[in-house]
Write a protein that binds this ligand. Structure first.
Ligand SMILES: [Zn+2]
Length: 254
């Protein structure tokens, strides 16, 4: 038996029994943590707001054997305005779902935690368009997880491709390929999108916006990330419309 405290964000909250909720927390030092919030659905419960998705704060946890119970929480942010815009909420839910599929219990993940908080803050408290913001998150996510896309040389023959107008993207190898090496069905990556990826990798979330010259390959990054994450993503269906639109756009371009 021991009492601990962890900074964490609620990735998922599932109703349990009459008034309880099982929370999936993301702690930058402890990774994924499952903890029961007893009585949190009672209107006067001190855990009422802490037992919601997106709740960020310091959670007091009581551990007994393998079971954890939330005994208190000091909230620092709820990202409440996200609920007022369906697209932004779907996007935020997708970020949580991706983190839930990625982090393991006991795994330290400071970088991914900070990336999540920065992106959620931008999504909630600025007017920055969410599509390039999501693409920027996914791009940095690949860097955090060790499969950052290779953009300068063909991943098959090694040819330098920086001055090529159009290249293709090999989802399995995780990088650009030249025209001679491209395989059937590989998505095209126009110069403006490749430059956007390079920019996104070197800049923070404030810069993840589209311009007429550089624009985010959102559908491509989504496909690239989702094929690496082995579990299906809960919120992917909500964003399904985006992917279809993106595929159409890519088809139109090619
Ligand atoms: Zn090649």
């Amino acid at each position: 038996m021991r009492q601990t405290e962890s900074t964490a964000i609620v990735l998922r909250a599932v109703n349990y029994r009459e008034n309880d909720r099982m929370l999936t927390l993301f702690s930058p030092t402890r990774g994924r943590v499952e903890a029961l919030a007893r009585g949190c659905r009672r209107p006067k419960s001190p855990l009422l707001n802490a037992a919601e998705m997106f709740a960020l704060g310091d959670f007091e946890l009581y551990e007994k054997g393998h079971h954890l119970t939330v005994t208190g929480a000091t909230l620092t942010e709820t990202f409440y305005p996200l609920r007022q815009d369906f697209d932004r909420l779907a996007c935020g839910t997708y970020l949580l779902s991706l983190c839930e599929s990625t982090i393991q219990p006991g795994q330290e993940a400071q970088e991914l935690f900070m990336l999540l908080l920065h992106t959620l803050s931008r999504l909630t408290f600025t007017d920055q368009p969410w599509r390039p913001l999501l693409a920027g998150f996914l791009t940095h996510y690949t860097a955090c997880e060790g499969f950052r896309p290779r953009l300068k040389h063909c991943v098959r023959c090694g040819r330098r491709l920086e001055d090529q107008e159009t290249v293709w993207f090999d989802l399995r190898e995780g990088g650009v390929v030249c025209e001679a090496c491209r395989g059937a069905g590989m998505p095209i990556l126009p110069r403006g999108q490749r430059q956007w990826l390079e920019m996104a990798l070197t800049h923070g979330s404030a810069a993840w916006v589209d311009t007429p010259e550089m624009y985010a390959p959102l559908g491509l990054m989504q496909r690239y990330v989702e094929q690496r994450v082995e579990q299906p993503l809960r919120a992917a269906g909500m964003l399904g419309t985006i992917e279809r639109e993106e595929r159409q756009m890519e088809k139109d371009e090619s």
